[in-house]
Write a new protein. Structure first.
Lengths: 343, 359, 412
């Protein structure tokens, strides 16, 4: 880092701050941290407002920012971004006074390896990746397979036809973790159950995350062929799966957030449960740790044991099998059940 | 003298477009509740930093290659939408083979580039063959072949086939290419310049040489200007179309190399996609001219880089997208307005000349 | 943009004449195959219903492209017009009901169509760049609008709207009772035929019926009315039309308005019938597929609808039950083998080889593996369209002035 570059950046940042308007006043009770002033979240291409994972990650950061009374900056990636573009995005955030930066998505892994070394005083977190080894980077991973195991078990126990389905958005390892856990859970809870699996699109075509018509027809196809519970790990396309569940009067299972609460009134009666991926727990803990000065680099995995994943009980449709599901959960947390991560 | 005036007109159009685009941009920014002048000044200040300029050039390299690939097809009115599939498949194959072989540096690089060229050439040749043998329009065949390429890459990239999944990672990648297959960056005071810029320059030179100095280039230009006449003159249209498609594909095969050889050294789920449309836009902006495409690529890259500041200033990237559309449109509209102005003036000049002739 | 007069090797008359005969033959072969290899969902009532729902938006985009291209304008803005249709359709439908939603979606498409007219007709901007820029514009605009509407509505977010009201579904009275026994009887070909008829005539959305009706309507308007004649004349020979007093720009604007309206309707279809909410990115390239069906359909509404049905059918297959794609592969392999044998009989050894190799490969794969991996199933609709097109041996002839700007009184 040349001195001249630093100086010009500082000047630039000053003008930037002047034009970006006053920071949002959030009526805080906790006095602003002396150390942490500004934090930032860099999203992958889908960005915030996906009604799912990105929003949950944001919620954690936002909650921490509100409590600390600090400013939260958000930026989003573009489809044709190279590593260089992503690196520049992180660099720009780091050099404009953001001391805690959360990168959402594994596509930031390679850029972060470069940028983290350039800014040793900035704390970084990367969600869904555990490959960046640097003292100032925290990799936040989730045991999606563990949570999926539980909803798989719920599907197996609730299926009358012994035939359950999995609809994934895009066939990438991240979504395949959901599939692996779901299949294992269904077969564990009810040996002999048949599991149908389909994916809506193939990488790098990420349309499967936002294509309700395909989600709906895939689900109708499964229901027509004897499936009676479907786990939709399909982002926005899940709305189509829930619709199909209503149309053919079968169960569907939501993902990431508690979809029973988020979904329109008309489809709630058919959402059996949801697999919760509490990204907010991870991002909140990261920001608080930086503010408290207890931040450490390394990989943190959020699973059933520490409340990072779970299943939703809203609607009360799984009340009759909660004891069994909670027993499975305890077994997984204690290591008595090993859940596979790949199908 | 007329030549000079022509050059002046060529400059008037972009200048007028820039003014128009700036005006619209300021309007949109004001509508979005930002101070337009301060925001634009910041974006410009950021965009003109030496470090950013180096980054802009780096970003423009693949855009330029994609633009030249598109321009090769445009001469024969072939709309190669398949650049996307061609470069992804080529980069994937180059990554796999580059990681599998271990050769001394120059040979290693030659093998990788040859694979990329060959795969892009072959994949585009399918569309070319379908056109000349079966009359299948390249727009439709390349749209479909893009989807096919996506599926094939996804299948081959699976962790149990050619891909690997590192522990703790969610990104499937091919194995890394050994260092003998890397292209070193060119150091500058303001950062590292991607070494593939040399290849981009060579492609540009080759393109302008073939177009201006060879028989094929002459035939291509003749077909582009007056197809019926060219056919009558004995130019074999199908052969030329096949050649242009394959050449377009071969150049498209190089589009992924700056990222592969200069940065990531492997192909993974995070490999950039969607460069094809940028290439088409850049070729149109640059009017298929080797230098014009270069300017188009740099302008496009500059816009996208500067846009990162807008994102940081709390202006959502959707406004940037609107802005991009408006800027492109105002540039082409300005070209057209200047062209009309020029036609009118020339007519007047002709009229004056005709009236001025001695009876 | 199209290599217009690229010579196509001379066509020989096939004894499998006519598209209808080919469709029936293809159906019979696939039906027998599905019976033989126990892939029950190849022709099912639900699958045919899904085919219609997948085909309808593509068909609307295709008809939109047809209107534009017949007048001489390449409409690469269809995707953007569809995006506008999804957003405005969903928004108005949520605010005031599905009727206003339909009107708003169509109107948004028309507005974008007219904007394309301003750019490519009045200003003579390259059709590709004006169309693609409209796509960018629509994507940015709808996102911006979502941020001030759906994002603050209960049950919505910046990318997703609250539920959009649906339209009624229709069934032909009595048809179910008449054909359901045949559908369940398990007789080769006959049961599948019953399932297809039932899929087409029961539980079909009103809007789907309307979309189907737009095909003959488009044909009638374009080929049997003075208006249509003028639009086509402008697409073939704008200078000649102009000299006869038919103002090209006027008819191009009109055709683009219709084109945009159709694409906008396709957007409303996506948010109300194919699903029941607006979701960003929902069009997923359907506008471009629609554009492809026009070239596939040789600028003729009947063939355009065939193209969208083939795409919709294979899309429904691979989405509903991946297993059936294997049977489709076998069917295509048989088709290729058939062509190869005919080439061989005609002593065209090179042709026999070119078609024979993929035929053997596909049939061998089917024989040995049966199941096609889902990564490869994903492009079944695209590959099928491409192969059908490659074998259709049609003489492609786009409108002569397609993509040409028209400047009155100057030749440049």
């Amino acid at each position: 880092m040349h001195l001249r570059r630093l100086a010009s950046l500082a000047a630039f940042v000053a003008t930037l701050a002047a034009c970006s308007g006053a920071p949002a006043d959030s009526g805080v009770t906790v006095p602003p941290s002396a150390r942490l002033q500004k934090i930032a979240v860099a999203y992958d291409i889908s960005g915030r407002g996906d009604g799912g994972f990105n929003d949950i990650a944001y919620n954690g950061a936002k909650q921490a920012a509100d409590e600390l009374g600090i400013e939260l900056q958000e930026v989003t990636a573009r489809l044709d971004d190279t590593d260089d573009d992503r690196a520049e995005r992180l660099r720009l955030l780091a050099s404009s006074g953001h001391e805690a930066i959360i990168a959402v998505g594994f596509t930031y892994a390679e850029p972060l390896k470069v940028v983290a070394a350039e800014f040793p005083d900035v704390a970084f977190a990367i969600v869904d990746d555990g490959t960046v080894e640097a003292p100032n980077v925290q990799g936040i991973l989730f045991a999606e397979h563990e949570g999926s195991f539980l909803v798989g078990a719920a599907a197996g126990l609730k299926s009358r036809t012994n035939h359950v389905g999995f609809i994934g958005a895009v066939q990438i390892p991240l979504i395949q973790k959901f599939e692996a856990g779901f299949t294992a859970g269904a077969k564990h809870a009810k040996p002999g159950v048949e599991v149908e699996v389909t994916y809506l699109s193939q990488p790098p075509d990420y349309s499967g995350f936002g294509d309700p018509p395909h989600g709906r027809e895939a689900a109708l196809g499964m229901y027509d062929n004897g499936v009676d519970v479907i786990f939709a790990a399909a982002g926005g396309s899940g709305a189509g799966v829930h619709e199909a569940a209503v149309a053919s009067n079968h169960w569907s299972i939501g993902v990431d957030a508690d979809e029973y609460v988020l979904a329109p009134e008309a489809v709630r009666s058919h959402i059996l449960t949801s697999m919760l991926k509490n990204a907010n727990v991870g991002t909140y803990a990261f920001v608080r740790a930086v503010a408290d000065g207890t931040f450490e680099g390394g990989i943190v995995t959020y699973g059933l044991a520490n409340g990072g994943v779970g299943y939703a009980t809203s609607g009360g449709f799984v009340d009759d099998i909660r004891d069994e599901l909670d027993a499975f959960s305890a077994d997984i947390a204690a290591g008595r059940i090993a859940v596979p991560e790949t199908p | 003298m007329p030549r000079l005036r022509g050059a002046a007109y060529l400059l008037v159009a972009p200048a007028a477009a820039a003014m128009l685009a700036l005006g619209v941009a300021a309007g949109i920014l004001a509508a979005a509740g930002a101070d337009p002048i301060a925001t634009l000044r910041d974006a410009l200040a950021y965009g003109l930093r030496p470090e950013t300029l180096v980054a802009v050039v780096n970003k423009a390299i693949p855009y330029y290659l994609a633009g030249i690939a598109a321009a090769v097809g445009f001469h024969l009115r072939l709309f190669n939408i398949g650049i996307d599939g061609q470069y992804r498949l080529a980069a994937f194959a180059a990554a796999v083979i580059g990681a599998a072989v271990d050769l001394p540096a120059p040979l290693h690089l030659a093998v990788i580039v040859a694979v990329a060229l060959a795969v892009g050439w072959g994949w585009a040749a399918i569309a070319g063959l379908l056109l000349v043998r079966r009359g299948v329009n390249v727009v439709i065949s390349t749209i479909m072949l893009n989807a096919v390429a996506t599926g094939i890459i996804a299948w081959l990239l699976a962790p149990d086939r050619l891909g690997t999944l590192a522990p703790g990672s969610n990104n499937v990648t091919t194995p890394s290419i050994p260092e003998s297959g890397w292209i070193p960056a060119i150091p500058t005071p303001a950062g590292e310049l991607n070494g593939l810029i040399v290849m981009a320059l060579l492609v540009g030179l080759g393109y302008s040489f073939v177009l201006a100095r060879t028989t094929v280039g002459f035939e291509v230009r003749a077909m582009g200007m007056a197809q019926p006449a060219a056919v009558v003159a004995g130019i074999r249209a199908p052969r030329l179309a096949l050649l242009a498609m394959a050449a377009s594909g071969a150049i498209a095969g190089l589009v992924g190399l700056p990222q592969l050889l200069g940065a990531s050294h492997r192909f993974g789920l995070d490999f950039p996609t969607g460069l094809a449309f940028t290439g088409l836009s850049v070729a149109i902006l640059g009017r298929n001219h080797p230098l014009g495409v270069a300017i188009g690529a740099v302008v496009w890259a500059f816009l996208e880089r500067s846009a990162q500041v807008l994102d940081l200033a709390g202006i959502s990237k959707e406004i940037v997208t609107i802005l991009q559309a408006v800027i492109v449109l105002s540039i082409v509209v300005a070209y057209e307005l200047v062209r009309r102005l020029r036609v009118r003036q020339e007519r007047r000049a002709v009229a004056v000349a005709v009236e001025g002739l001695p009876a | 943009m199209t290599a217009a007069s690229m010579p196509v090797s001379a066509s020989r008359r096939s004894w499998v004449a006519g598209p209808v005969a080919r469709v029936v033959l293809g159906f019979a072969v696939l039906s027998l195959l599905s019976g033989a290899f126990e892939a029950p969902d190849l022709f099912s009532r639900g699958g045919i219903g899904a085919t219609l729902r997948f085909a309808a938006p593509i068909l609307l985009a295709g008809l939109g492209a047809l209107w534009a291209e017949r007048s001489g304008v390449i409409n690469l803005g269809l995707e953007g017009m569809m995006i506008a249709g999804t957003w405005f359709g969903a928004w108005a439908a949520i605010e005031w009901g599905i009727g206003p939603g339909l009107i708003a979606g169509i109107a948004a498409g028309v507005a974008f169509g007219l904007l394309l007219g301003v750019l490519s007709v009045t200003f003579g901007v390259d059709h590709a760049i004006s169309g693609l820029s409209l796509g960018l514009l629509a994507a940015g605009l709808t996102r911006f609008l979502s941020s001030v509407t759906f994002a603050v509505a209960p049950g919505g977010s910046i990318t997703t709207s609250p539920p959009v009201p649906d339209l009624a579904n229709l069934s032909l009275p009595g048809i179910d009772a008449l054909l359901a026994p045949a559908e369940r009887a398990g007789i080769p070909i006959l049961s599948d035929a019953a399932a297809v008829v039932l899929g087409l005539l029961t539980d079909v959305s009103v809007l789907t019926v309307a979309v189907v009706a737009l095909v003959p309507l488009s044909w009638w308007l374009l080929w049997r009315t003075r208006l249509g004649l003028r639009i086509r004349a402008v697409g073939e020979a704008p200078e000649a039309a102009d000299s006869l007093g038919v103002r090209p720009w006027r008819y191009r604007y009109l055709a683009l308005a219709v084109s945009g309206g159709l694409a906008g309707l396709g957007g409303v279809y996506l948010v109300s019938v194919a699903s029941s909410l607006y979701r960003e990115g929902q069009t997923a390239g359907r506008g471009f597929i629609g554009l492809a069906t026009v070239i596939f359909g040789n600028w003729n509404p009947w063939s355009v609808s065939l193209g969208s049905l083939i795409f919709g059918f294979t899309d429904a297959l691979r989405t509903r039950q991946e297993l059936t794609v294997g049977v489709l592969l076998a069917g295509l392999g048989l088709l290729l083998a058939f062509v190869a044998i005919r080439r061989g009989l005609g002593r065209d050894w090179r042709g026999a080889f070119l078609f024979g190799v993929p035929a053997v490969a596909m049939l061998a794969w089917f024989w040995l593996v049966r199941v096609v991996p889902s990564e490869l199933v994903s492009f079944a609709p695209h590959l099928t369209t491409l192969l059908v097109l490659a074998f259709a041996r049609q003489r492609i002839r786009p409108p002569a002035a397609l993509g040409e700007p028209f400047h009155r009184g100057d030749s440049g």
